[in-house]
Ligand binder design. Structure first.
Ligand code: IPE
Ligand code: IPE
Ligand code: MG
Length: 263
């Protein structure tokens, strides 16, 4: 393995699909922020004649694989869309199971988060989530607050429009009487301290944004795969990054610019 990806040494079998993908990746053109719309849990379960919630529990393996691979690649920020404001429309039993799975994930994953130096943060209208969920979220955020590795952002009870409304209201409440700038709006978002996603991945083939990071994805490269979220593994993430590295980012200009840090 070449030195930039030495974190995979002993983990990835030489000659395996992952090893071959890693060999093709440019370590100098990695995205600084990868955002993922984790979709297709219900379809995965339906294909197997299982209840939808079985798809959600199976999706946890995909989360683990994605987090682990992103850490090994040294991706600075990973944002995962786990529950949208609109997802409350689902049957109460499904919503309750999702909340229980989330708490279980947070409890089980804390040691891994600490071991991997991950800084965990939840975004969205967190105050509207059940108290027991908030307690687990705050605990993991508190415990991981001094970690210096990858920032893992979980979007929960999240809506891009709600985020913009919250940003404008926070600016209004500061007693602003003059016009606001783009920078001020950007800083008032839940993601105010993060770079915009370079790469936005959506699983399960749906060609839509579903109210995710509306402001932040203005110039993100979008990658949609037909793979259903519970089937998503390390090599799928590597494939998405490889596709990203082949894109020419122009930001409205005409000349090709470097992928890394081009703004
Ligand atoms: C994504 O899978 C998980 C959440 C939205 C919480 P879905 O539950 O949306 O699965 P599909 O889209 O119905 O297959
Ligand atoms: C997007 O998936 C939300 C999350 C992944 C949390 P949905 O399944 O809710 O989106 P739609 O309904 O297909 O647009
Ligand atoms: Mg869906």
């Amino acid at each position: 393995m070449t030195p930039p990806f030495e974190n995979f040494t002993g983990i990835v079998e030489p000659g395996s699909l992952e090893a071959r993908l890693l060999a093709r990746l440019d370590p100098h053109k990695l995205p600084r922020h990868v955002a993922i719309i984790m979709d297709g849990n219900g379809r995965w379960a339906r294909q197997r004649g299982l209840p939808r919630v079985k798809g959600h529990s199976a999706g946890i393996k995909a989360v683990r694989a994605t987090v682990e691979t992103s850490v090994r690649l040294d991706i600075p920020v990973l944002t995962l869309y786990a529950f949208s404001v609109e997802n409350w429309k689902r049957p109460m039993s499904e919503v309750n199971t999702l909340m229980e799975l989330l708490k279980e994930y947070l409890r089980k994953e804390l040691p891994e988060i600490q071991e991997n130096d991950i800084r965990f943060h939840a975004i969205g209208r967190i105050h509207e989530l059940p108290r027991s969920v908030r307690r687990e979220l705050r605990h993991v955020e508190q415990e991981s607050r001094f970690n210096r590795g990858m920032k893992m952002v979980l979007a929960l009870n999240y809506s891009g429009r709600a985020e913009l409304v919250d940003a404008f209201n926070s600016l209004l409440l500061q007693g602003r009487t003059r016009r606001v700038s783009e920078t001020e709006v950007q800083r008032s978002l839940y993601t105010g301290d993060l770079p915009d996603p370079d790469l936005l991945v959506r699983t399960s083939g749906e060609m839509r944004i579903s109210n995710f990071l509306l402001w932040q994805i203005a110039y993100s490269e979008i990658y949609v795969t037909d793979v259903l979220w519970p089937d998503f593994r390390s090599h799928h993430l590597l494939e998405s990054i490889l596709a990203y590295q082949k894109r020419e980012r122009r930001y409205g200009g005409i000349r090709s610019r470097s992928l890394q840090g081009a703004r």
